[in-house]
Design a protein around this ligand. Structure first.
Ligand SMILES: Cc1cc2nc3c(=O)[nH]c(=O)nc-3n(C[C@H](O)[C@H](O)[C@H](O)COP(=O)(O)O)c2cc1C
Length: 429
């Protein structure tokens, strides 16, 4: 079989990805108390970069240190550390890979210990106490303008320090995605109300970033196919925003979905598809959560598409590429369980270092430990299981092997401990 994953891809700005595999963004939690790059982060990317993927994306890097999903991530907001960013860029660019920074502002999904009253489109806090987010404050016009400037400034730093592209995070319920959603954005100025107003912050941010980095530098957007919430940013609106983004000549549109309340990006959340129709267990279990959406949006999108979420098998990835549903395949969680062997397996079919392939196919339910009932699993599912993957990232950064036999409860305990230690050390400016 001709493996389409190995084919290069030229982006609208002229840059070329050497193949169609992308390591999708995953929050690392490995920055220092000033939100700068650490040796642990360098070690993590050295290992991931060895897979030979055409595109590597960082985890979300914040444009404002006061708005982060946790205090231990990298920020680019005038906090220095440019040489370390340069070192990171060099590692990720290994063997001709592209290495892009995912830029983000968390808005109301900011951790309480980072900011108890984070900026948001409106004073509508995240209705999910267990997420531990602060009380949302409505942004002034000046604060909206400041966010746009921050994205542009951070993007310019990415280019200066040797990264080869940027991705603007407009998915998963963070600030730009909050502006898109009528559930989080109740503004009645030019930033709220009809879709063209709710999408204004995203489009203005794309334009400002493009001005900051120039015409030949890849600019990508990660967008939700839907928020999967009644009254939220929905499938039809998402399709319209895609057509507007196409007009902006972005280079790659990554399709995802959901937010903290509906974690569909990881195949969790309620059982409804992007049009709100119930889905069967078999549909849910199948690969590629957003493939159907990509197929439907394709006629409206004159921009290369990347789909991320549940993509696992070489055959189905090839099918997605050959049908032109997408041009790039994004992979996240398997990088935590199999940090060295994915590239060899996906590009060359080499299974040697992949002893437990089935682990690539599902959330490790068996990692929950012996005494967990269904109700507890549901409660733990989104945060607990994400914590399990975060813990593997923490281990790889520390130079250890992933611990596939770690239970979710153990991982959660470790994760909470790391988080508490790092928050305590966090240097509030
Ligand atoms: C530990 C972890 C951290 C993540 N952090 C981010 C992030 O920083 N930015 C982002 O856009 N998506 C993030 N995601 C979502 C992934 O990029 C991806 O959309 C999702 O995991 C589905 O892809 P997969 O099935 O290949 O894992 C994260 C996922 C995991 C498991």
């Amino acid at each position: 079989m001709n493996n389409l994953l190995s084919a290069p891809l030229q982006l609208p700005c002229g840059a070329v990805l050497k193949n169609r595999l992308a390591k999708a963004a995953m929050t690392e939690g490995l920055a220092d108390p000033m939100n700068r790059v650490t040796p642990e982060l360098l070690r993590l990317y050295k290992r991931w970069a060895g897979n030979g993927f055409g595109l590597m994306l960082t985890g979300n890097v914040q444009v404002d240190r006061h708005h982060m999903e946790r205090s231990s991530n990298v920020a680019i907001d005038g906090n220095g550390g440019l040489e370390d960013l340069q070192r990171l860029a060099e590692i990720g660019r290994q063997d001709g890979a592209h290495f892009w920074v995912q830029l983000n502002h968390t808005g109301r999904q900011t951790a309480m210990d980072v900011n108890a009253s984070p900026l948001a489109p409106s004073a509508i806090s995240l209705p999910m106490a267990e997420a531990g987010c602060g009380q949302a404050r409505a942004m002034t016009q000046e604060q909206v303008a400041d966010v746009i400037r921050r994205f542009a400034d951070a993007a310019a730093v990415c280019r200066e320090t040797g990264f080869t592209g940027v991705q603007i995070h407009a998915a998963h319920g963070y600030l730009l995605s909050q502006f898109l959603s009528p559930l989080a954005n109740a503004r009645n100025d030019e930033w709220g109300g009809p879709l063209e107003n709710r999408a204004r912050l995203l489009l203005e941010t794309v334009r400002a970033v493009r001005r900051a980095v120039g015409a030949d530098f890849p600019v990508s957007v990660k967008l939700n196919s839907a928020d999967f919430q009644r009254g939220g940013f929905d499938f039809e609106e998402s399709m319209t925003v895609v057509s507007w983004l196409s007009e902006e000549r972005i280079d790659l549109l990554e399709i995802s979905g959901g937010n903290y309340e509906q974690p569909q990006m990881a195949g969790m959340g309620e059982s409804a598809d992007h049009q709100g129709k119930p889905v069967t267990a078999s549909t849910r279990a199948r690969e590629a959560y957003f493939l159907d959406y990509a197929r439907q949006v394709k006629p409206r999108a004159s921009v290369p598409l990347m789909i991320t979420g549940g993509m696992r098998g070489v055959a189905s990835m090839n099918e997605a590429l050959s049908s032109q549903a997408c041009q790039v395949v994004g992979i996240a969680r398997p990088m935590c369980t199999h940090p060295d062997s994915l590239g060899k397996y996906l590009l060359n079919g080499d299974r040697q270092d992949l002893p437990s392939l089935e682990r690539l196919l599902e959330i490790p339910r068996d990692a929950l430990g012996p005494d967990i009932d269904d109700a507890t699993f549901k409660r733990l599912e989104s945060f607990g299981v994400l914590g399990w993957y975060c813990e593997q990232i923490e281990r790889i950064g520390a130079g250890l092997e992933p611990a596939l036999d770690l239970t979710v409860l153990e991982a959660l305990q470790n994760f909470q401990q790391h988080k508490a230690d790092k928050t305590r050390d966090w240097a509030r400016p």
